[in-house]
Design a protein around this ligand. Structure first.
Ligand SMILES: Nc1ncnc2c1ncn2[C@@H]1O[C@H](COP(=O)(O)OP(=O)(O)OP(=O)(O)O)[C@@H](O)[C@H]1O
Ligand SMILES: [Mg+2]
Length: 310
């Protein structure tokens, strides 16, 4: 089977500004493809082009084996979309939103009734059919938005930051739904800022200023993109630790690639990090920072993301 998505030199310019700069990638069918990038890097623009909502300035896109250009009507039936500001009608109830979207997809009455039942069950929204959408919490609204986007049983679904601003438990529940879809053979293309979610994708692309700077499974990206190892340090003062180590790095006292605050810990990245531990300890001691623990750990995607986004 052809991949779910193929882009060839896909480009979008707004005037002189290049938002997406000739990107090439493929997304395999039946997988979760994560599209990661900082604000303004071109994620939504790429999705809108893949949906046929925005014409590319140059390049081509195939979705589900056919060209997006010229096949929009067919693809609308086969593709789903949950936009970044998911467009639910707040004054309608859960049931009414589902009915509205079902009708928009042209589902007949019997199909629609069954699909709405399935959607309510899948999203765990049973019993909330008559709740006003505006009274739902963020997590429930997000599940409802997903339900409306898959009423027509798409083979491929685009989710643009579906979990932004939602609590961790709801995010987890939402991802369980995505796995359920994938188990049914659906391809999921999802943008996210959450690195723990990125770890759960089968395949990833990092985009920065319209360019893809890393591609592959989470494990492969960690292997290939990280120049060095991560030393995790716990000290009496994490913020001061970052300041002191960055100053030492700047002054050329120690060759470090990254020094980042990581919650209450500090992550230091450098090639051959084991050989630098003594020097780091000495620098911290001199600054009267007490080191509580140091360990070389496996790089997380967040480490890789921060390191590669510079
Ligand atoms: N219609 C437009 N006209 C001009 N510039 C635009 C337009 N749409 C997007 N841009 C610009 O293109 C760049 C990419 O925007 P895009 O919305 O694709 O980013 P994003 O990665 O989705 O960001 P975010 O994480 O904030 O959603 C941004 O600099 C944005 O300002
Ligand atoms: Mg966006």
């Amino acid at each position: 089977m052809t991949p779910a998505i193929i882009t060839k030199d896909l480009t979008k310019k707004f005037g002189d500004f290049t938002a997406v700069n000739g990107i090439n990638f493929e997304a395999a069918r039946g997988e979760i493809f994560g599209f990661l990038g900082p604000n303004g890097s071109g994620k939504t623009t790429t999705i809108r082009m893949m949906l046929g909502l925005l014409p590319p300035t140059a390049g081509e896109i195939q979705a589900l084996g056919i060209s997006v250009k010229g096949n929009q009507a067919e693809l609308q039936q086969r593709v789903g979309y949950m936009s970044q500001r998911f467009s639910l009608y707040n004054d309608l109830t859960v049931q009414q939103n589902l009915q509205f979207y079902g009708a928009a997809y042209g589902l007949n009455k019997v199909d629609l009734k069954n699909r709405i039942q399935d959607a309510l069950a899948m999203a765990g929204l049973e019993g909330r059919e008559n709740a006003k959408t505006k009274d739902l919490s963020g997590g429930w609204r997000q599940r409802l938005a997903l339900s409306t986007a898959i009423l027509h049983r798409p083979e491929l679904i685009f989710l643009d930051e579906p979990t932004a601003g939602v609590d961790p438990i709801s995010r987890r529940a939402f991802w369980d739904l995505l796995y359920q879809l994938v188990a049914d053979g659906v391809t999921v293309f999802v943008t996210t800022h959450y690195m723990d979610e990125a770890e759960h994708c089968h395949d990833l692309a990092f985009i920065q200023r319209g360019n893809i700077i890393a591609r592959g499974s989470p494990a492969r990206i960690k292997e290939t993109m990280m120049d060095g190892q991560v030393l995790e340090i716990s000290t009496s003062d994490a913020i001061k630790t970052v300041k002191v180590l960055r100053a030492a790095q700047k002054a050329g006292k120690i060759p470090l690639k990254e020094v980042e605050l990581y919650g209450s810990l500090v992550h230091v990245v450098a090639p051959n990090i084991e050989k630098k531990i003594n020097d780091i300890q000495a620098i911290l001691k001199k600054a009267e920072i007490r080191t509580e623990q140091m360990a070389v750990i496996e790089a997380s995607l967040e480490d890789v993301f921060i390191a590669s986004m510079k």
